[in-house]
Design a protein around this ligand. Sequence first.
Ligand SMILES: *Cc1c(COP(=O)(O)O)cnc(C)c1O
Length: 206
Amino acid sequence: MKLVVVSKFQPINKIQQLYEVGQRLFGENRPLEMRDKYEILPKDIKWHFIGHLQTNKIKSIISFVNVIESVNSAYLLKKVNDDAASVDRIVDVMLEFHIAHEETKQGFSIEEAKDFLASEKFHSLHNVNVIGVMGMATFTDDKNMVRKEFATLKHYFELLKQDFFEDNLSFQEISMGMSEDYPLAVEEGSTIVRIGTAIFGAREYK
Ligand SMILES: *Cc1c(COP(=O)(O)O)cnc(C)c1O
């Protein structure tokens, strides 16, 4: 189980405090904010990008990002691949799935992902390494609904592992669970939880 501390909107000194007690994985959802923090903070921090990534912003993080968890389309993966190639890196990524009931949430459907992973186009991408799946559950008090959504993501992981990544030992991550719902996510098989508010308190959006 890995903990990604979600440090979006948090000041440098608060991140530094957690670094000093040993935390190394941090998550951000805005590329330029992540790059600014990367530049100031110690270089052994592993940065996970977890937000909406516009293709014209990939370049600002591609040279240092550890994992892009929120790859939600074939188009975006191709762009990440090409920018990774231009800096001579192979970047770890996760496929984000749409598991919530809210239409506003992003991500692949399982059919889209399967079609894409079976395609020539996917096999031509040599500068990205798919290490797992990511998803966000519906924001609701209905625990059964949330639990079902996490179980669905775990099921997608198993399907993809079996059909496309049997021989890829690095395909092993299921990133699910935030401050409100991580206990359920862990029960349903999460390998990475992404937690902000429960650690820092409520964010101050400025
Ligand atoms: C902000 C965010 C989190 C953390 O949310 P908290 O409720 O503060 O724990 C996790 N995942 C993603 C994708 C986020 O944008």
